[in-house]
Design a protein around this ligand. Structure first.
Ligand code: NAP
Length: 458
């Protein structure tokens, strides 16, 4: 059995752990899928490249209210797709090649790994099995799309997930998206901007339900104006028809060419079998870790989607930095900081949040005040003729500290950043509003005005 100093399972965020500080370590990298993980290959990066393209394609729809007469003609799908993956795929290949050749101390196993005993991982590369061991492991093998268990669906061609839908051969004329979360909201924007007729099947009464209720309600209202959004709808059966797929749903039969299933993601622990090395799991299959990203087995760390409460690349990267430190300094370990984890949904309009929603604050019995600022009432909002966007803040009336921020509207993912900073560094809301300049008439005036609206004594 080959022995390494460290085995890294999954080459998304965990790939960055091993730098020159590990030059003397004999490290194995095990990667069953694409090098670089979900974010690079089928997540954040290609989707945002599609989203930006969608924003360009969507401009004519917004131009008329500004008095500009623009028309959308068509999208050259193969050109868009190949431009994006023509950039992504070489990065993936380059990353793999670099790891394989960079150092004699580093070995890449391009195959599936499965724990078969205490600190023993059996890797299968080109049908050849080899068992490797090490005193230290980092498990960062991520997750994959949850599949939808509906009679007939799995056997049908034309059913995709976020792993596969970005590489389709041609655009369909219509598609159904099952789910109403991040992925559904982003791809509905992308494909409808490209001219596809989109139907969204939402099993509950609102899209983006994990957002603050006001944001979720506003987004659902806007989505219903743009897409055929079927609320409180579930699929009971799917079947092949002459020109596509028929979905039998609680809102009637829907015929479509393509189905995108976007109903959440599951951790890859079932494939990895960490129980064989004694690692404990949560009931939902994620690996249990402490604040230092340590599992219950000495020397085994986990990070990212396979263990985290957050399926977000910036969280996985943070956790990877913590593991990097803790591998090198086991006697003075760092803890992960999950206090103010922000997120953004790159749909249209954009949505971003940090901290507590109003519902969460109520459920936790936290005393709070709120203030809401519409884009329509700031100068740049006038320039954009925005009538639907807003920023909602929650603050502690006693300390003046921000508790949460929720934005729906243009550049939400950027506008949220000073609020993340204020919360992370404990900057009181009133001080933040008054003790610095805010560029007039720039979009951050949305933040300034919302802060000033909070009814705080100081
Ligand atoms: P998601 O955001 O958790 O949303 C899942 C959606 O599927 C919800 O609308 C949920 O409905 C619905 N759903 C769940 N089970 C269902 C079922 N059996 N039948 C029908 N609908 C069902 O999940 P996602 O969109 O798949 O994204 C996965 C994760 O990837 C996200 O949570 C996020 O962390 C990450 N992600 C991040 C970004 C970003 O950072 N911009 C982009 C994409 C993905 P309910 O509301 O009723 O529960």
């Amino acid at each position: 059995m080959r022995t390494f100093d460290l085995v890294i399972i999954g080459t998304g965020s965990a790939n960055s752990i091993v730098n020159e500080r590990f030059a003397d370590w004999n490290v194995a990298f095990v990667e069953a899928g694409k090098f670089g993980g979900t974010c690079l290959n089928m997540g954040c990066i290609p989707t945002k490249m599609f989203v930006h393209t969608a924003e360009v394609a969507y401009t004519p729809s917004e131009a008329a209210r500004l008095g500009v007469d623009e028309t959308f003609n068509a999208v050259d799908w193969p050109a868009v797709r190949d431009r994006i993956f023509g950039r992504i795929d070489p990065i993936e290949a380059g990353g793999r090649e670099w790891r394989a050749t960079n150092s004699p101390n580093q070995t890449v196993f391009a195959g599936e790994g499965r724990f078969t005993g205490p600190k023993q991982l059996t890797v299968t590369v080109d049908s050849v099995e080899e068992t490797i061991t090490a005193p230290k492991f980092v498990i960062a093998a991520g997750g994959r799309p949850q599949l939808l268990e509906v009679e007939g669906l799995a056997e049908l061609p034309g059913v995709y997930t976020s792993d596969t839908v970005m590489r389709i051969d041609e655009l369909p004329s219509r598609m159904v998206i099952v789910g109403a979360g991040f992925i559904a909201a982003e791809f509905a924007h992308v494909f409808s901007s490209f001219g596809v007729e989109v139907t969204v099947l939402c099993r509950s009464e609102a899209m983006l339900r994990a957002q603050d209720d006001d944001v979720s309600a506003r987004f659902t209202e806007l989505a219903q104006e743009r897409w055929d959004v079927r609320l409180n709808t579930q699929i009971s059966k799917a079947e092949q028809i002459d020109d596509g797929i028929r979905l039998h749903t609680t809102s009637g039969a829907i015929d479509t060419e393509l189905v995108l299933v976007a109903i959440g993601r599951v951790p890859n622990t079932d494939r990895l079998n960490p129980e064989a090395t004694g690692v404990e799991l949560h009931p939902d299959g994620r690996i249990k870790v402490d604040e230092h990203q340590r599992t219950n087995v000495e020397g085994i760390f986990a990070l990212g989607d396979i263990s985290s409460d957050y399926q977000l690349k910036h969280v996985a990267n943070h956790e990877a930095r913590v593991v990097h430190h803790n591998l090198l300094h086991p006697d003075s370990p760092k803890a992960s900081d999950h206090r103010f984890v922000p997120e953004a949904v790159f749909t249209h309009p954009q949505v971003a949040k940090v901290g507590l929603t109003e519902r969460e604050a109520r459920e936790r019995g936290i005393n709070f005040i709120t203030a809401t600022q519409d884009y329509a009432d700031i100068a740049y909002g006038w320039a954009m003729e925005d009538t639907t966007g807003f920023l909602k803040l929650l603050a502690d009336p006693d300390t003046g500290q921000l508790l949460g921020a929720h934005i729906i509207g243009p550049q939400a993912s950027t506008l949220i950043q000073p609020l993340i900073q204020a919360m992370s560094f404990g900057l009181p809301a009133r001080k933040m509003a008054t003790d610095q300049y805010w560029i007039h008439p720039a979009m951050p005036e949305l933040v300034e005005n919302a802060l000033l609206k909070l009814d705080l004594p100081h």
